[in-house]
Design a binder for this molecule. Structure first.
Ligand SMILES: Cc1cc2nc3c(=O)[nH]c(=O)nc-3n(C[C@H](O)[C@H](O)[C@H](O)COP(=O)(O)OP(=O)(O)OC[C@H]3O[C@@H](n4cnc5c(N)ncnc54)[C@H](O)[C@@H]3O)c2cc1C
Length: 561
């Protein structure tokens, strides 16, 4: 099916204009790290975020952040585990950057005030998660790592803000939704259009102009009916970059977390995650008859990589005609569970399940997008002036499947690199200030009430397990929504829903293309890896006429055994 996507979302013409040297979009670990580091070297940084600074997936991260901090561990071992999880299609150079620069970046988080959990010897305590061959996950507040990192980063940002009160070099705009990217005549990105719920002049749609834009808008989880991602994860960054003509890579590799608390058939939106660290500490999966089933599936049993566990759960649910299985953590005991997993235990109890005495019903739900805006190891996208970091990006570190706790690290490491690259390019006069070119192409807008239909089409057709028929049906349903001219006003709900549609259409298109099973892309009609044809990356680009073209980019085979 031919896929066309308009160049912009329908929005009023900007009523005001502001400018900065660099605009950072998003305030998770990636955006905050980029803004803080940039602020040390660049005069005017503008940080815009859709709701409040602390909102995003970062503050929901439970398990921790992976880094070879233990003297007995090494970057090389971390590299090996990451390549195995990525199922042959990681970009090895990017992974080397991640694992070798990661420990220093995590130590800087400590300097910024992040309180990681420590053992009796005063050292940061490290735990293990699925796919890791060693204990290398630093955690905080037991199971509240992201919240603590986010708190420390925001506090530092606050300190930076106080420090520059007289000459505010860093401006924070909350309740500011970026709608589209501004580009000059040569397609160089030179700013964003954004909608601000603000006061005075800076209210409604405006334009922010800069020499470089850093997208750090997080994930796409709300494309599906059930996800662990918060409500802001509507794929805005991927959609805006796609419309602007950036290369989007590997979008078909979607990680479905195996152990998301199952709250009944009708549950939708953000669902509670039961961290992999629970299995790391000894919890295990059983089916409705109390039978453990991971032993025969993989050497690491319940700690196998996530795609394998999710696939095994889907298969067990099909065999037993059930819509969930169970996680058994009862043997870990009350004292240990409450001390190690305080947030999870509290949330389960709120919802009527006690991990100390009850089996916990679980089923896979969307968790992480391994693909996104394609970047090199400096964080540069295919469009001049546009950078991307964190979950919105595809640096290539995750390949077909993200290794647990590597994503906070990726945001941290590559946001820092972007700040370094922008700084040196600004001093070299390499990032010019250019004027946006007013484009007259067609625009689009989908009504907010279409959101449920998009999510249903994706969950049924492009979900944890896909096949040619289900993907074709999803593409048809999504095109029907795109073609329906249901009247809509230009507002944040409609912009988000339009972004969900564009991401959903692209994801379905590339998932149809890849006729094999690999990592987070599981096909029931092509159940094996096909290294002869599919060892590599899918790229998708919007051409000037709106047509989406796709291409395949092989990677060199390597031994990751
Ligand atoms: C429940 C849960 C548990 C997890 N546990 C772990 C873990 O233990 N370890 C690990 O490594 N990873 C974990 N992850 C994944 C990890 O948290 C995310 O991948 C990571 O935090 C993403 O960071 P980010 O900075 O890219 O995006 P986010 O933290 O999601 O931030 C995105 C930001 O962009 C803003 N934004 C979005 N769209 C717009 C727009 N149009 N305009 C302006 N602003 C916008 C959002 O408001 C938000 O501030 C977990 C994720 C979830 C959901």
């Amino acid at each position: 099916m031919t896929l066309r996507i308009p160049a912009r979302l329908t929005a009023p013409e900007p009523g005001w204009v502001i400018s900065a040297d660099v605009i950072v979009v998003g305030s998770g670990i990636a955006g905050l790290t980029a803004a803080l580091r940039l602020r040390q070297r660049v005069d005017r940084v503008l940080l815009v975020t859709k709701t409040v600074l602390s909102e995003g997936s970062t503050q929901w991260a439970q398990g921790g952040i992976a880094a070879a901090l233990d003297p007995a561990d090494s970057a090389e071992e971390h590299l090996g585990d990451t390549l195995v999880a990525g199922a042959g299609v990681c970009d090895e150079d990017a992974v080397r950057v991640l694992v070798s620069e990661g420990p220093a970046r995590v130590r800087e988080l400590v300097t910024l005030g992040t309180q990681f959990d420590r053992g009796p010897d005063g050292e940061i305590s490290l735990t293990r998660e699925g796919g890791h061959g060693r204990d290398r996950i630093a955690h905080a507040g037991g199971d509240a790592t992201g919240k603590e990192i986010s708190r420390a980063l925001i506090a530092s940002l606050g300190a930076a803000l106080v420090a520059v009160k007289e000459d505010p070099g860093i401006e924070v705009l909350e309740h500011a939704l970026v709608v589209d990217l501004l580009q000059d005549k040569d397609s160089r990105v030179c700013g964003v259009t954004l909608h601000v719920i603000g006061e005075g002049q800076m209210d409604g749609v405006g334009a922010a102009r800069a020499r470089a834009v850093v997208l750090a808008t997080g994930g796409i989880g709300q494309v599906y009916s059930a996800t662990t991602n918060p409500s802001v994860a509507t794929g805005d960054g991927v959609a805006a970059a796609l419309r602007a003509g950036a290369v989007i890579a590997d979008l078909e590799f979607v990680q479905f977390h195996p152990t998301v608390l199952w709250l009944g058939e009708g549950a939708s939106g953000q669902q509670p995650l039961l961290s992999e660290a629970m299995r790391g500490e000894g919890a295990f999966l059983v089916d409705g008859d109390g039978v453990r089933f991971m032993g025969g599936v993989h050497d690491l049993a319940d700690l196998a990589p996530r795609d394998i566990v999710a696939k095994a759960i889907v298969a067990r649910m099909a065999q037993t005609d059930a819509d969930h299985v169970y996680l058994d953590a009862r043997h870990l005991g009350k004292e240990f569970l409450e001390q190690r997993f305080p947030s999870i235990v509290a949330r389960c109890r709120e919802l009527g399940f006690d991990p100390v005495t009850d089996l916990l019903p679980v089923a896979p739900a969307q968790h992480y997008a391994s693909g996104g805006v394609r970047t090199d190891v400096l964080g540069r996208s295919s469009l001049a002036g546009l950078y991307a970091c964190g979950e919105v990006s595809c640096t290539g570190v995750h390949g077909a499947n993200r290794l647990a706790s590597n994503s906070l690290l990726e945001g941290l490491v590559f946001a820092y690199r972007i700040a370094e690259d922008i700084t040196s390019r600004l001093s070299a006069g390499d990032l010019r200030s250019t004027d946006p070119w007013v484009r007259r192409e067609d625009t689009t807008l989908v009504a907010a009430q279409e959101r449920t239909g998009i999510q249903r089409a994706m969950t049924v057709g492009t979900g944890a397990v896909r096949c040619a028929d289900s993907l074709a049906q999803a593409a048809k349903n999504l095109q029907f929504i795109a073609d329906s001219r249901s009247g809509s006003t230009a507002d944040p709900d409609s912009w988000e829903t339009s972004n969900l549609l564009h991401v959903a259409q692209l994801l379905t298109a590339v998932a149809s293309l890849r006729e094999e099973t690999r990592g987070g892309h599981v096909r029931s009609d092509f159940t094996e890896h096909d290294d002869d044809h599919w060892l590599g990356h899918t790229y998708a680009v919007r051409e000037a006429d709106g047509l989406i073209t796709t291409s395949f980019h092989p990677t060199a085979p390597r031994d990751v055994s």
